[in-house]
Write a protein of this length. Structure first.
Length: 345
């Protein structure tokens, strides 16, 4: 398993990260434990979770994923074999601290809650799940309206979070800091304020990236390269679309779209693009999911690709992407398709 540096931390993480967000909703505790065992056997040392998981977030399921990881740690005593990442909700979730945004008080409460559920003394990488300000991720869930933002308040909130995260690092509760669903401007502010005030420096950004969603190729890629803030790419299969299983309006039993009773990524634009990528994979004798993951692994700004599965067979298929090297000819054909379908999600 290839290792890559996590920012400037000195830590090296595997190029595949074990995603966990279905454990406690679509997956049982036993199934989650089996996936951890298998990933560890395959040499994976990086696992990602969040206080909001399992998805979809609810008072009943949120926190359950961390609990499942915690019981595995307690049962096996192998906490030291994992670089563990978790996240605080950015705000707006009514059942998490009354919907409050990420600030000093909520950060401390969230970290303590995660540590208890995870049955560990420390979290290697602690991330802000989404910005407390308005932003354009998750499509229409939060409205991105920069002209309505108060710049002074946004910057003060970032500094407040960094100062608190710095205290948590000194206390040994967390080791490193990252963000998720962030913008180029946002990351630049986190880096600037950290440097000015000698506060923890961001080591990573966890944003969505796949054949269908490649915004990171632009300004974020430049920032990532120069500042060593690598991408932890989530949803490399576009929530399962790139497997081809939803083509023709099919909703397989037990799939995410069936479980959540709808999936915003499924639309008229994605259908035609997915079909083209699935046909391209078939032309080259490849599994479409493995081709999609191999593409993400080959991107120069990617630190790790987060793969999640609801079955062990799915996880095995995903890990098969590690064994594939995409030819220059195939990469050129992917770029041709990207010209045709630059923005479908």
């Amino acid at each position: 398993m290839k290792l890559k540096p996590l920012g400037r931390t000195g830590l090296n993480v595997t190029e595949i990260c074990l995603g966990t967000m279905t454990w406690g909703s679509q997956n049982t505790e036993a199934e989650g434990h089996i996936q951890i065992d298998h990933a560890l056997e395959r040499g994976i040392n990086f696992m990602d979770t969040a206080e909001l998981y399992a998805v979809p977030g609810s008072p009943k399921t949120s926190g359950r994923t961390e609990e499942i990881i915690g019981t595995w740690f307690n049962k096996t005593g192998k906490r030291d074999q994992w670089i563990l990442a978790s996240k605080i909700a950015g705000g707006g979730v009514p059942f998490l601290r009354e919907g409050g945004r990420s600030d000093a008080a909520n950060l401390r409460a969230a970290v303590d809650g995660s540590l208890k559920r995870l049955q560990t003394d420390y979290i290697d990488l602690y991330q802000i799940h989404w910005p407390s300000r308005g932003h354009f991720h998750f499509e229409g869930y939060w409205v991105y309206s920069p002209l309505k933002q108060n710049t002074a308040d946004v910057l003060a909130n970032i500094q407040d979070q960094l100062e608190t995260l710095g205290d948590l690092v000194k206390q040994g509760k967390i080791r490193h800091v990252g963000v998720s669903n962030e913008t180029t401007w946002g990351i630049a502010q986190w880096l600037r304020i950290a440097e000015q005030h000698n506060l923890p420096r961001l080591v990573s950004v966890q944003n969505e990236y796949s054949l269908l969603r490649r915004q990171f190729d632009q300004d974020l890629a430049e920032l990532s390269h120069h500042e060593q803030v690598g991408l932890l790419a989530y949803s490399p299969l576009a929530a399962g679309l790139l497997t081809g299983k939803y083509l023709g309006g099919t909703i397989p039993a037990g799939s995410r779209a069936e479980y959540q009773k709808g999936l915003w990524r499924l639309n008229d634009y994605s259908e035609v693009a997915v079909r083209a990528y699935v046909e391209l994979a078939a032309t080259h004798g490849l599994d479409p999911a493995q081709m999609a993951i191999a593409f993400c692994l080959a991107r120069p700004f990617v630190t790790s690709v987060i793969v999640g599965a609801t079955s062990l067979d799915q996880l095995r298929t995903d890990l098969g992407g590690l064994d594939i090297t995409l030819s220059p000819e195939l990469l050129a054909e992917i770029e041709q398709l990207h010209r045709r379908f630059p923005r479908v999600l």
